[in-house]
Ligand binder design. Sequence first.
Ligand code: G3P
Length: 218
Amino acid sequence: MRIYLDTANIKHIRHGVELGVVSGVTTNPTLVAKEGIKDYKAVVREICSIVPGSVSAEVTVNDPEGMIEQARNIATWAENVFVKIPSTIDGLKVISTLARENIKVNQTLCFSVNQALLGALAGSTYVSPFVGRLDDIGQDGMALVKDIVDVYKKHELKTEVLAASIRHPLHVVVAAQAGADIASVPYKVLIQMMQHPLTDIGVERFLGDWRRVSGSGD
Ligand code: G3P
């Protein structure tokens, strides 16, 4: 399973890539606004030059013609850019049009197996079930990830499952167990994934014991 960062923060993306574990990025208009970014194209291009894998940039209009026009433009920004299209009826038409033009689509805001099934048939490269937002309304977001993975496997659909709206490290564990291809995580969750109090206590104890026997602070 690959780990992507769900952010538009360049510092965090550089750090994730330096750690050798982050291979792609997903963004959305909310994340871009959070960073106070004005030049969307410039920031997406910069992110594309930092990460080895794909970078998802979302359309910011809602009519099919507008989405297609914007997506065609976004697709020219970099080789590794994917366009995020919402899981709507209009979105479906847009996805199939773009797929015929070999433009890579990350089908976003997916909340049901049927949306994922139709998106895959239309030609989405990724489908993004929003786990945390389903949990927020009292539904099991990770059950949706599992169900999509099962249906895609059963019917040999090649769309990849990107677990999105990840809120905590346990989401990543369950996404991995469910067979998701990618988990796109906030930077905070990436850091939390590597933290364990017993590791910190163990490091302290080893260093303390070493200082005692070596008689030095080194
Ligand atoms: O990039 C889409 C997504 O991951 C949103 O997450 O936490 O706003 O539901 P969240």
